[in-house]
Design a protein around this ligand. Structure first.
Ligand SMILES: [Cu+2]
Length: 666
């Protein structure tokens, strides 16, 4: 019955609709207090942002294009267009940064917090290649831009509490802005115990603790030139991963950059921004808290990256050019020591990433050609040189067990192209685009050694001889407005050639006790991925609005098998009430049955689900500044459920009451 009600409600709402703004920029709604959005929630209705202290993960999950894969309650992995990390390029303000975990426990997004960022830019497919090569798209987490507006001191405090998991979060911002100099500091601390799934079932190993601090300072030494420095330090400890056989005792990142800005006035060159950066990550896995493990293991990993970019904006007549010349050098190393239970046997040691050095340099050029008042042709190209080197000789020897010819170096030349036509009329938007892109295999795909994947229960071996993965892409979107009603459609299709995936190696036995066997990375001749979303919204009155979206995704290899981690039919509906000082939203969020699952890659059928959330917000103004209060209930009916994106189908949070309080002083 609940399902029936859900379906009817969903059909009703989807026919009424939802308007997803085509804006690819997602403005943050958090401790940067002037952007706390009770007042102008409508602008952000597509982001469905409810908490001022939401994590980056929560924040990204609200975007239509992004789905988060969960291995626990922390460090979720973003996917775009049903493609995971290795097919995406995720950067922090244009800086390349690579996780240090061989098991994807530390996506880049886990090393920053909302307090560090101004906004997030999400580019689908080849539109997301400004900072690097990708197949599925790009996410750039933008740091705040420098300001020299003389606004003086400002501070803010955020407090958050959630009942499920006894989750506490605190954030503090301090800022001084002069006319030639600014300095700002912020910190966030988050701690959660184990959470409960529906029906009060405690999920063991779902706890985490983390803090993040950042410092930014800048100096303006002439009307056209300024320089700024930014340091972010992020440290998570005692992070449980209920869906994995191990936890994390330490995930630590230091991210530093120095940026020079040049903004000449009244010239074709509008801005020139040059950044030098470095970041270092340490990741230590821990199985000591698990009572039953066949064998104890130490698995640390490190990733260091040095890089630069120089980015120019040039406006000439009807053309707007963006140039981006960038490069980086990364060093990825991971080890595994297996401690024998029998003291007379020696421990076993191996490099799971045998010190892989990656050197990349490339150039990106984009032209937005506004050839008429309503029409734009946006075209881009990225060309890059990519080189991998195995620094540990033993790494070459280990891979030679599985591959006839292992060179210690591999050079690639990568190309990305895209072109899109956009028509924007007052009540009508239309765009269609084509793209072609290539990517190099990730460190794990190319050089990983006995990386255990608990999803399909196989150990994975890298393949240094993989070809570049290539994709042809077509996308289409349109939006039509009829008075208070809006309807839109977004769709993308990817034809991926040499699609990288693991194939079973029948004669090899696994290293992990209890694993089904070993897979070696290879490639399917081709695969297809398709997604489409229909969004609509209806403004019932000045204060009431309703919006909804339905989505359909498809992914198959040339062998006729379903691809793993393809989202089933999904829907979302929201009923909003907004006044300048108060807002309320009731949400329905659900997925259909996952019938097109990939049994070959360890998936099983995930049942349909639907949950209800209620979010409320108030804003109070006083002489000192303002106070924002956000509160509500998530999963009101305490439904026990998991989604297709939950690793090994471990269940999500049951009912949760939350309260976020923000004070802005200025
Ligand atoms: Cu890990």
């Amino acid at each position: 019955m609940k399902t029936l009600i859900t379906v009817i409600l969903c059909l009703l709402l989807s026919s009424l609709g939802f308007a997803q703004d085509n804006n690819k920029e997602t403005k943050k709604d958090t401790t940067k207090l002037e952007e706390v959005l009770v007042l102008s929630r409508r602008k952000l209705s597509n982001h469905r942002q409810e908490k001022t202290l939401s994590s980056i993960d929560d924040y990204l999950e609200k975007s239509n294009k992004v789905t988060m894969i969960k291995r626990g309650n922390y460090a979720w992995e973003p996917t775009i267009n049903n493609m995971t990390s290795e097919r995406l390029v995720v950067t922090i303000d244009g800086m390349q940064i690579f996780g240090a975990c061989t098991d994807k426990m530390d996506p880049i997004t886990s090393y920053v917090d909302v307090s560090n960022l101004e906004k997030v830019t999400i580019g689908s497919g080849q539109e997301g290649t400004e900072n690097g090569h990708s197949i599925g798209g790009g996410i750039d987490l933008k740091l705040p831009s420098s300001k020299f507006n003389g606004s003086g001191f400002k501070s803010g405090l955020d407090l958050g509490y959630e009942t499920n998991g006894n989750y506490k979060a605190t954030g503090l911002d301090l800022e001084y802005t002069g006319n030639k100099f600014f300095i700002s500091a912020d910190g966030i601390y988050r701690k959660s115990d184990n959470y409960d799934a529906g029906n009060n079932e405690e999920i063991l190993y779902s706890q985490f603790e983390k803090y993040n601090i950042s410092l930014k300072t800048g100096y303006k030494f002439s009307e056209t030139q300024s320089i700024d420095a930014n340091v972010i330090y992020d440290k998570a400890t005692d992070v449980g991963y209920p869906a994995l056989p191990m936890d994390v005792s330490l995930a630590e990142a230091l991210i530093a950059s120095l940026t020079h800005n040049y903004k000449p006035e009244d010239k074709a060159l509008k801005s020139l921004e040059t950044k030098l950066y470095f970041n270092t990550i340490t990741h230590i896995m821990d199985d000591t808290k698990r009572p039953v493990v066949a064998i104890r293991m130490d698995m640390p990993g490190w990733s260091d990256t040095y890089g630069f970019y120089s980015k120019a904006d040039v406006v000439q007549n009807k053309h707007h050019f963006t140039f981006n010349f960038n490069g980086f050098y990364n060093k990825s190393l991971a080890e595994m020591t297996m401690f024998s239970n029998n003291p007379s046997e020696p421990d076993m040691f191996m490099y799971t990433w045998p010190d892989i050095r990656t050197l990349y340099s490339g150039i990106f050029i984009k032209d937005d050609f506004h050839f008429s008042a309503h029409e734009t042709l946006a075209s881009s190209i990225r060309l890059g040189y990519h080189k991998n080197k195995i620094a540990k000789e033993v790494g070459v020897q280990s891979l030679e067990i599985f591959h006839d010819n292992v060179q210690d170096q591999n050079n690639r030349f990568l190309v990305s192209l895209s072109s899109a036509y956009q028509l924007k009329k007052e009540n009508y938007n239309l765009s269609f685009g084509l793209g072609y892109g290539e990517r190099a295999p990730s460190v794990s795909e190319g050089y990983g050694f006995f990386l255990f994947d608990s999803f399909d229960n196989y150990d994975y071996i890298g393949n240094p001889n993989l070809k570049d993965e290539k994709a042809l892409e077509a996308n289409f979107s349109f939006k039509q407005k009829f008075n208070d009603f809006e309807i839109g459609l977004e769709s993308s299709y990817f034809h991926i050639m040499d699609y990288i995936i693991g194939e079973i190696a029948p004669d090899v036995s696994s290293m992990t006790i209890g694993a089904n066997g070993v897979r070696v990375y290879t490639a399917l001749d081709h695969a297809s991925i398709f997604n489409t979303y229909v969004n609509s919204s209806y403004k019932i009155s000045e204060r009431f609005a309703i919006n909804g979206t339905v989505g359909y995704n498809y992914g198959k290899g040339n062998d006729g098998e379903n691809l793993p981690l393809i989202k089933p039919f999904s829907y979302f509906a929201e009923f909003n009430y907004n006044t300048p000082k108060f807002n309320a939203a009731l949400q329905l969020d659900g997925n259909g049955n996952q019938s097109n699952y990939s049994s070959k890659y360890g998936e099983n059928e995930t049942a349909d689900y639907a949950i209800l959330n209620l979010n409320l917000g108030n804003v109070f103004h006083n002489k000192l500044g303002k106070t924002v209060l956000k509160y509500g209930v998530e999963n009101i009916l305490d439904t026990k459920y998991s989604t297709y994106a939950d690793w090994n189908n471990f269940p999500r949070q049951g009912r949760n009451f939350y309260l976020n309080l923000s004070f802005v002083l200025q």
